[in-house]
Design a binder for this molecule. Sequence first.
Ligand code: ADP
Ligand code: ZN
Length: 724
Amino acid sequence: MPSSRARVLVMNSALGPLDYRVPHGMEVEPGSIVVAPLGPRQLIGVVWEPEHMPSDAEVGDNRLRNLIGVLPAPPLKAPLRRLIEWTADYYLSPPAAVARMALASTSALEGGRTITEYRATGTLPERMTPQRQQALDAIGERQGLIRELALAADVSDAVIRGLVKTGALEAVEVDIDSPFPLPDPDHAAPELSADQQLAADALTASTRAGLFQPYLLDGVTGSGKTEVYFEAVAAAIAAGRQTLVLLPEIALTEPFLKRFTARFGCEPVAWHSGLRQSQRRRAWRQIAEGQALVTVGARSALFLPYANLGLIVVDEAHETSFKQEDGVHYHARDVAVMRGLFEKCPVVLASATPAIETRQQVEIGRYAELKLPGRYGVAEMPTIEAIDLIAEPPERGRWIAPKLVRAIDEALGRDEQVLLFLNRRGYAPLTLCRTCGHRFQCPNCTAWMVEHRLVRRLACHHCGHIEPVPRVCPECRAEDSLVACGPGVERIADEAAALWPDAKTAIVTSDTIWSPAKAAEFVHRMEAGDIDIVIGTQLVTKGYHFPNLTLVGVIDADLGLEGGDLRAAERTFHQIMQVSGRAGRGEKPGTVYIQTHSPSAAVMRALVSGDADSFYAAETEARREADAPPFGRYAAIVISSEDKDAAHAAATLIGRTAPRVEGMHVYGPAPAPLAMLRGRHRFRLLVHARRALDVQDVIREWLGKLDWPSKVRVAVDVDPYSFL
Ligand code: ADP
Ligand code: ZN
């Protein structure tokens, strides 16, 4: 290729890579972020090696258009380019859609920006006035904007400007993206136990060596996994290399920032959807320049342009929220391992309840396992007991069984804290009319409307549609005839308030904890003893450490088993183990009660006996027999449209043209369990294939030959976690 030609991945997912001419005097290299013309518009793009990004529309030299410019941002490095290619390929997504996640701050791409600040020069003005004197005294060594200095000195802006004119103050250009403080690896290093030290040594050695190696850091809740991987973070900091810590939820950021600060003396860089634009650009630029040494974030932090990544940690690695369910359907845990491979650095997957997929990687020797056998210090694992809801049911109209009521009585009597876990937001999952039986359904989704009594609304948890709770039934006009069916957290909170009127309760769900600041407030209230009973969804199951919390009650342990997708039992096990892990983390022992209708189910028996190994062994065997992941694999094809006939026609076409391939089977199309979502009708096909088969290639070829109207959307989900 002549050097005046460049292949560019433009940020338009509908287009493949395009070729441009590099005008005289402009210099680009692979990874350069450029502005390219497209029709009358200008698009941002990334220069790519043509051999890595084939184009099916090669244009002759004479028809090339000139690139418009190169943006003043560091070029995307080769390991990140390889990651983008791999992700696009594996998840059957347009490379531009993946690359866009790397270019996550448009403002940062425009380069550094400065503002003008002022400081004293030491020369005094020829004409000194009392106000000028007052200003100079107040300013001293200070540097700031005119407005800031005027405020600090309690004079008008004009006085400050006057001082600038006389030469007593001078202008300084300051980069608005100030550097982040550097964490100190030796700030407060803990004394590790022997087991912890062993695990930490392996991680620090790998980090120093700068070699790719995935690790499963497997230890019960409270065993010190965080302390252990912090040692590897310290090693990376000492080597001047960057660390990325991925957390499954933004709500966990706040406790993490606190712990990190206690260990390293300052906060890491946080990356999540709640950042303001100025924070995003500052983080992006400092990460790209290698100045930001430790970044903690949700899964989107995975594609940022780290200048020299030396360590990746995926905390709570079993969490299914690492799987993105729209846009590029990637699994951040799996992509993190690939990034480690391309960047040549260790990847630590930390979990008390590792996923079967991860255990299998250990089994076949691809991941190294580091085990922490017990809780740190005096803390013991909690005892877990099942409450049989058939043998010992709650009173009519109640949800807390008598045995759990007694246990709560006792815990509150000892001034200890209680956590009641129910993974359902709102007051009741279903509202119906007792006169005519009418059920309130979302107009846009195949889903019941959930009553949220605190805000007096019915809400759809799929599309966010809300309605006021009507006084009369819209169907039969009966008055005051609506009844709430089943419990949500708000209903449990009502029950707790009725049973223990003096206890202070708090509801913790995404409705109440919607920002890191809200999470911080909750932690603070728990620590101050300002809450006696927490009623929460899966949001409270992870990460928190409250030494005075000794009792956990699982209101409905069977909930996660409904629907029965292939990971239902495993997910239930993880969730209840995690929530149990909140009990008895300090000196006082913890107790967990799980309310269930089927105490003899394998997952309940495993929870009570604490015999995780035989549960996993049985689950793994069942997966092996069914050729389910991680032994076989699935890919889902979801066809949706507001026009039901069009969706159906496209689904039929895709089903009819399914290739016959040895080792692959296609099920469907069939209406999806969520047959309507956000006003779109949905059909699904499920592809089941042997591990060794390149199922992506087959699907690419199959769908690549077909056409459907633009109002139909076809989304492929490789390794799906949701089967709805
Ligand atoms: P995990 O991440 O496995 O749940 P943590 O790292 O949160 O465990 O440790 C649980 C608690 O024990 C935390 O309060 C932590 O600070 C404390 N801890 C663990 N190991 C040590 C240690 N070596 N020295 C002091 N405190 C420790
Ligand atoms: Zn809806």
